[in-house]
Design a protein around this ligand. Sequence first.
Ligand code: NDP
Length: 330
Amino acid sequence: SREWRLLSRPVGWPKPEDFELAEAEIRRPGPGEVLVRNAYVSVDPYMRGRMSSAKSYVAPFELGKAMQGGAVGEVVASEAEGISAGDHVLHFGGWREYATFDAGQAVKVDPEAAPLSTYLGVLGMTGLTAYAGLLRTAAFKEGDSVFVSGAAGAVGSQVGQIARLKGASRVIGSAGSDDKVKLLVEEYGFDAAFNYKNGPVAEQLRAAAPDGIDVYFDNVGGDHLEAAIGSLNMKGRIAVCGMISVYNNTEPAPGPKNLARIIQTRGRIEGLLVGDHYDLQPQFVQEVGAWVRSGELKYRETVVEGIENNLEAFLGVLRGDNTGKMIVKL
Ligand code: NDP
């Protein structure tokens, strides 16, 4: 069984030499454990943080050991009550072909109810992030004008569509290619979208949202955050979900120069962590699951094949190779 290990902590952009694809023995499950053959493995931007030793909300990956991450697979052997061979489970033993772990860390999923990969994306962690971040952190309400960055990605594409379905007055998105911008408007029903690489974000946002914005869902940080503060309406809310533009920085990024506008607008900037919002999971799956089934909410996945391409898939997320959730199929 092959597994990806972190050999050294990347400085700046991760390099192939920082990692190794190693052979590992498949361990038989002990009491209470299951052995799972992974079918789909997730790669996510937050994993960049775990490659560094800086203190954060999840422990750093251990050097020389298999990395972790979301994965869905089939149980091939079980010594745990309530889970048997043939069951499918969502768990955290990603970046590897086979994983043996305590059954308490696994959640059973139904391959008949939805394609297995969706438990990592539209109906999984990134979907819940979008749902909780928009509805709870940003306190979205009908009639709000909503701007989301990283809008063609897993979280962002769902934020924009949930806002539209819940009665936003205007939904604006930004993304890094003209094709992605076209997708936002034509397939996801955004009212306006722009390519942040085509010109200053602040100018493009002002043109796309001449009446300002009530909510900004931040996936990017940097000049996007500054632009959003500049366009924020009275009592505007900014949910800070991610800051992917700074994850590979070796120096701290400068803060927004116009922060005083938060006083003028009585605005609010609040960070969010999906792990705080799992109480919304049943409501999220019910509501978003229905929209996915009816076709009112659309999603894309970029699927890379083969464990040997797990690292490239991860780097691809940081580069923007993906449209929708980036997934590795084994
Ligand atoms: P995405 O599917 O959105 O993939 C990341 C995207 O970021 C890329 O496709 C790329 O798209 C864009 N990107 C990369 N570099 C830059 C840059 N310099 N400026 C602007 N955009 C850039 O990933 P996710 O949906 O999984 O995650 C989105 C964000 O949400 C991330 O910041 C992530 O860390 C965060 N997150 C936070 C969670 C939490 O609990 N707080 C949980 C899950 C995710 P493009 O082509 O448009 O540049």
